[in-house]
Design a protein around this ligand. Structure first.
Ligand code: 3HC
Length: 703
């Protein structure tokens, strides 16, 4: 095995190179290698300064997350970083790619930091339920001031080199070759020693916060709201406060104590699960990473409504020219105007350069000619969700699209096999279920038809990554994974209304639990009429021996379609999206309970959470045993990226594991006894509960 850290001298500078693909994580071997090489460099009399640099695609992406959960083995990060900082020779971190977490902490231990313009730095530990545990909370405020440090540490976003230089994290931006630039820089500073460059000794940037203790109170209050139950952002504030109130070494100790508490917490386990789950979703049995893919250089999107427009933007954002096809010039103009408006809003917020907007708009062409699809390597159909329309369209696409083009349908629930059967090339047909707004939401359910080719799966998964999305492969069934589960959740939420709850109580209970939005506010946002129209078509075939809540239909009969009509489960002031409890809805629900002969009872938040979340889990278990999802963690990814499920709960399946499947099963069985049909426990849930196992045990078995 190649040496993971090596030392060589270049002229009068010692170069320490970390070479631990793919992201130079600070594994035990790297930590030890760093200690050895720093010692070697300090002992090398000919080296007047040292440069620390990463081989491959990046500097250091942080601690090796895979080592968390095991006892921390020496050498410790703080020990290494103290060694760098107190060294007698100037040490320069040369950054490309990303310097993240422990990686940035190593760089902060160095006396200087230089970076290429494309480099990014950050302390994203908070996103893993942690805080920077190797001095980041103590050094960053000393370097850039308390407020900017709090922002970086509690949000965890990456900062580009230019901005990092403005903040004072980076000393110099290197154009051209990084190592050459770093060596030049090293020669310049070699004679200067390290005086004034040890961040631990700096006090100027934290002095102001010392005399302003309300700063932390105010910051905490703001973060508490934003964190929605997640602990790590608040605990990070405690650590930064320690940087201000305690001497440096005491502050370091405090930081380490909090880190140790967090690293063993369920929240951190959940967030780390989420991190790896997202990456694991790319592994598809039978479709190995070397499966050949088809080149995708151009795209066509059929339909320029809300979904089509968002999908077209996703292509343009990734630099892929896209033709949008509409049936009338009015619809096309309207659709393109919405796209332009969306980009303009982003420009107005300062998040996109006007030139970049022009470039993206330039990549989107509109046409009324379906024949234009013949140029496209991938065609995404995003027309009205009706089987007859989709079938007709795919029959036409089969005649018009070039051989080898990927033919994707953006259906959210229809049978991809039936759509594929309209073509003579079902191997090229696949589902790409984008979530709305498609230019923003990261999730795509990639729906594999019975005949979808492996190379088409590989191509579409890769394409989704190119579009900066999170693809999860699912099988064909009604609603696929996400919506099939959400039907059960919404059903329970509505039953709870009939039994004694009100929409705002249900929503609040679930929001307090961590969801971005409760089911009723969500439904009002998405439009209550969408499901209503589908239910009306299904009404004749609905089994009448099963409980059915008429409330959702009733509010639509009253024209309460949600935000767009200023009334739904809530009422809305004109021009506002803030849901307001409505006496009309309360009266409607009370009357419905009466009509059903249900004596309303107080319903505790705990019951609301169990009835809705376990409805997800029970259906998730069925989906798993049917093989519609490949693994429980894929279901989690879908809920975390598509449905506002709190990341710190790890997704519905991981959450159930943390509760204990025996307990979840016992509640499901109890609900079944009380409520009947819909709560039949999934056999897989029952089996795992009896065997004392977890959903995640199934995933690890698949390896
Ligand atoms: N430890 C272990 N493995 C890591 C890792 C880490 N810190 N970061 C990334 N990886 C692995 C990924 O799991 C993936 O493995 P796979 O190929 O087997 O699936 C591989 O590296 C490549 O990662 P990505 O697919 O994510 O590649 P990208 O190029 O899209 O992104 C990245 C690279 C921006 C570095 C991204 O991986 C990332 O954000 N990593 C996490 C960074 C982080 O959170 N660092 C803080 C760690 S905690 C810490 O440092 C504590 C300290 O304060 C004491």
């Amino acid at each position: 095995m190649a040496q993971q850290v090596r030392y060589e001298r270049r002229g009068s500078t010692g170069v320490i190179t970390i070479d631990n693909p793919p992201v130079n994580a600070l594994s035990k071997a790297v930590r030890q290698g760093l200690v050895d090489c720093v010692m070697q460099g300090l002992g090398d009399e000919a080296a007047k300064a040292l440069v620390v640099i990463g081989a491959g695609r990046t500097f250091i992406a942080g601690a090796d997350i895979r080592e968390f959960g095991q006892p921390l083995e020496p050498p410790d990060g703080n020990f290494i970083i103290a060694g760098l900082e107190t060294a007698g020779k100037p040490i320069i971190a040369a950054i490309h790619g990303t310097a993240l977490g422990g990686g940035l902490e190593v760089a902060l231990g160095c006396h200087y930091r230089v970076a290429v313009p494309s480099a990014q730095v950050g302390l994203p530990e908070v996103k893993l339920g942690l805080l920077p545990g190797a001095g980041g909370t103590q050094r960053l405020p000393r370097l850039i001031g308390v407020k900017p440090a709090l922002d970086m540490i509690t949000i965890g976003d990456f900062v580009r080199a230019g901005k990092a230089k403005e903040l004072g994290i980076i000393d110099e931006i290197v154009e051209g070759d990084l190592l050459e630039g770093a060596l030049r820089f090293a020669e310049t500073v070699a004679g200067r020693g390290t005086a004034g460059r040890r961040i631990r000794e700096r006090e100027d940037k934290i002095a102001e916060a010392r005399s302003n203790p309300v700063l932390f109170q105010e910051y905490r209050a703001a973060v508490r709201k934003r964190a929605r139950g997640q602990e790590s952002p608040l605990r990070s504030i405690d650590a930064v406060e320690a940087a201000v109130t305690l001497p440096f070494t005491e502050g370091l100790k405090r930081e380490r104590e909090i880190f140790q508490e967090l690293v063993t917490s369920t929240q951190s386990r959940a967030l780390i699960h989420a991190f790896f789950a997202e990456r694991e979703a790319m592994n598809i049995p039978g479709v190995p990473p070397d499966t050949p893919t088809r080149p995708i250089k151009t795209a066509a999107v059929i339909g320029c409504g809300t979904m089509g427009g968002g999908i077209a933007m996703s292509f343009a954002n990734a630099g892929i020219p896209v033709t949008v096809v509409e049936t009338s010039s009015e619809a096309l103009e309207r659709g393109l105007a919405v796209i332009r408006g969306n980009y303009a809003a982003t420009v107005a917020k300062g998040r996109l350069e006007p030139a970049a907007m022009d470039k993206r708009m330039g990549l989107i062409k509109g046409t009324l000619e379906l024949a234009a699809v013949k140029e496209a390597d991938v065609v995404v159909e995003a027309v009205f969700e009706e089987m007859a329309i989709k079938k007709d369209l795919f029959a036409k696409l089969d005649r018009l699209a070039k051989p080898g083009a990927v033919l994707a349908t953006n259906t959210s629930s229809l049978d991809v096999n039936a759509i594929a059967a309209e073509t003579a090339r079902p191997q090229d047909v696949i589902g790409t279920h984008f979530f709305s707004p498609a230019n923003v939401m990261r999730l795509i359910e990639i729906v594999r038809g019975a005949k979808t080719g492996r190379d088409v799966i590989a191509t579409t998964m890769k394409l989704a990554k190119t579009l900066a999305k999170v693809p999860v492969l699912v099988g064909v069934c009604e609603g696929f994974v996400g919506n099939r589960m959400i039907f059960q959740y919404i059903r329970e939420a509505q039953f709870l209304l009939e039994e004694g709850a009100l929409p705002w109580q249900v929503d609040k209970a679930l929001q307090d639990w961590g969801l971005a939005m409760g089911p009723f506010a969500m439904s009002d946002m998405a439009g209550n009429d969408v499901g209503w129209r589908i239910r009306k078509q299904q009404a004749p075939t609905r089994p009448n021996d099963r409980r059915y809540s008429h409330l959702a239909d009733e509010i639509c009969e009253r024209g309460r379609f949600g935000q767009k009509t200023n009334a739904g489960w809530y009422r809305y002031e004109k021009g506002s999206r803030a849901p307001l409890p409505d006496a009309e809805i309360e009266a409607l629900i009370l009357a419905e309970s009466k009509r059903l002969g249900i004596e309303r009872r107080p319903i505790a938040d705990e019951e609301i959470v169990k009835r809705t979340i376990y409805a997800l889990v029970n259906e998730g278990a069925r989906i798993l045993e049917e093989g519609i999802a490949l693994r429980a963690s894929d279901i989690d990814v879908i809920y975390l990226t598509g449905y506002g499920f709190p990341a710190w709960r790890g997704g519905p399946m991981f959450y159930a594991d943390t509760v204990g499947l025996d307990k979840v099963y016992a509640d499901v069985a109890r609900f079944h006894a009380a409520q009947g049909y819909f709560w039949r426990p999934a056999p897989l849930l029952e089996k795992l509960a009896r065997e004392g196992r977890r959903f995640s045990d199934l995933d690890s078995r698949k390896g």
